[in-house]
Design a binder for this molecule. Structure first.
Ligand SMILES: [Fe+2]
Length: 268
């Protein structure tokens, strides 16, 4: 999404499936997946929300190799009719919105190198598959992402950056209230051990009750731990948001104007 703008270049190149729809990953690449997933799963307990953890078990990701897209799609299809589509590391907004509107989640198919093991700015297959696909088995979450894609297609291109903020503060970095306390559901948190602990446990970030217009008005930086998170009460809230007038929320956010950033400007 924001990371998937048409601007900028990535050092990574997505992998193309063979004639059977399979991507032949190397042993080294599969080992990187193994090391990422086996580090992250024990971190989820007490930090990821239960529906997310249950959904991850439902996805049944292999640990010893990078999952193939058609296997991921088969599980999603069974639950909500979604699938994943292999794409380049960076795709234009219109392609991104179009895929979501047709219930296909774009997935960059390369995996990070060892050099980028702890942090990668681009979305790699670990972020995309492990971080993003589990909640797409939930019909409420899935309905929101589909409605978001449709709103993106209908929106004026000048509002794409505004819409990117809504995605950022929900799908990428969303938190949720539970009986046990704040828990995470956003993919950017789930695929990062550092941000998972920080987002849920640190007293540094602000955690605001989710409000779509406020999320649209709040700037973010992709390369730092987030100073602000928005907290929903359950996926029901995202489902209700899917039925609401997303373009109307954008209009209201434009009328009210942007909030001041709570972070220093990105170094040049
Ligand atoms: Fe993402």
């Amino acid at each position: 999404m924001p990371k998937k703008s048409s601007h900028g270049k990535s050092k990574y190149v997505s992998r193309t499936p063979d004639e059977n729809g399979l991507i032949p990953y190397s042993r080294n690449e599969n080992e990187i997946w193994h090391d990422l997933i086996t580090r992250q799963i024990p971190m989820l307990q007490g930090r990821a929300c239960k529906p997310w953890i249950n959904a991850m078990h439902e996805m049944n990701f292999p640990k010893d190799r990078i999952p193939q897209l058609k296997d991921v799609s088969a599980v999603l299809m069974e639950h909500t009719g979604w699938s994943v589509a292999g794409v380049d590391a960076l795709i234009p907004f219109t392609e991104f919105f179009g895929l979501l509107a047709s219930k296909r989640f774009p997935v960059a198919t390369f995996i990070r190198t060892r050099e980028d093991f702890d942090y990668i700015q681009e979305p790699d297959v670990f972020h995309e598959v492990f971080g993003h696909t589990p909640p797409l088995t939930d019909h409420r979450f899935a309905a929101f992402v589909e409605a978001y894609g449709k709103a993106g297609l209908a929106a004026d291109p000048k509002d794409h950056a505004m819409l990117a903020r809504l995605f950022w503060f929900t799908v990428e970095f969303g938190l949720v209230n539970t009986d046990e306390g704040i828990r995470a559901y956003g993919s950017g948190i789930m695929s990062s051990p550092g941000e998972l602990v920080y987002a849920v446990e640190s007293d540094k970030p602000e955690r605001l009750p989710f409000d779509p217009v406020e999320a649209l008005r709040t700037p973010y930086r992709i390369d730092i731990l987030q100073p602000v998170y928005f907290v929903i009460d359950s996926f029901d809230e995202l489902f209700e948001l899917a039925q609401s007038d997303l373009l109307g929320h954008i209009k209201e956010a434009r009328r009210l104007g942007m909030h001041e950033p709570k972070f220093p400007p990105k170094p040049a």
